[in-house]
Design a protein around this ligand. Sequence first.
Ligand code: XIL
Length: 369
Amino acid sequence: MLTRREFAASLLGVAGAALLAAAPSRADTPSLNDLARRSGRVFGAAMRADQLAAEPALRKAAAAECGMLTPEIHLKWNSIENRKGSIWYEPVDQLVAFAARNGQKVYGHALLWEQSTPDWALRELKARRNWRLVSDHFERVLGRYGETIEVWDVVNEPIDTQGGRQGLRRNTFHRVFGPGYIAHALETARHYAPRARLMLNDYSFEYDNHVEADRRKTFLRLVADLKGRGVPLDGVGLQAHLDLGKGPLKRPVIAPFMQALADMGLEIYITELDVKERDYRATPQTRDARVADEVARYLDIALDQKAVKGVTTWGLSDRHSWLRIERGDRIDRKRYGNPAPNRGLPYDAAMQPKPMHQALAQAFSGGLT
Ligand code: XIL
């Protein structure tokens, strides 16, 4: 079978490919979202309202490139209600307004995630074991944004095949309410947002190793069980934090996993794409090429799957990346110290597009731009 890239090339022939390759002037270069839209998809990025407000170049790129924005932190419970009863919508409203001005959608991330649950709520959940705490939070957030925002990560990162119980993460929700908390959360979200599309979002499904194989299997089992019981689940978010330390991406690993999700009638969003580097000693050119290759390889597989409705990168620019150097990473600190040591996003720290940007553009165009 031909890959998308080969197929597009065969349709266009050499002359067509040459035509497309003739670089248009910058002003009429299609944006990443323009290209994504040609195959009925959307391109988005995670954003923070404070960073948008402070950086004109970021505003310009976000407005131009994206058809969708994911609030990187503002919709999380510990941002909305870090202290009990003191509610902070402002940055969400700013991001929603920015998106509206630019004709962009917003992706709702994330209603329930242990790591972004404020301490007071974790304490009360343990003490009172009362679902009302969760449903009040859902009611508040979905009551305000459940109509404007069409897609929601209802539960974030429920899978843990290593320290979990039957593959489910032993978080506070699991400890207090049992494994049924996931179905319960989806039903609660449906109640407060009858028209929204409800998702589970999780990571580490990409590579050919035992841990990720277990995670894929467990995730499919979880999702099949929920669908089988009629729990309201419309899709899944695959974070896709790619990692250059985890060995080659393989079509026979990723494609059947996505197909199994698609066969259950689920839509798929790639929700947090970026690339973690491991060797920071090479030249920036080499590093950028490695990052771009990884993204090209992943999207070549992922975009063959029709159920994949959108691709979101976890930020646009390296200067805002959440990825940090870790123990074991190889780095020449004198040469590449700060800032923003990881180069795993489409724009560099000075807001210049990098080969990863080109890789995204090519992937959306079926390999030919
Ligand atoms: C991260 C943000 O990027 C950080 O700024 C924040 O401090 C912690 O959360 N998986 C997720 C995202 O689902 O919400 C995380 O975002 C990255 C990992």
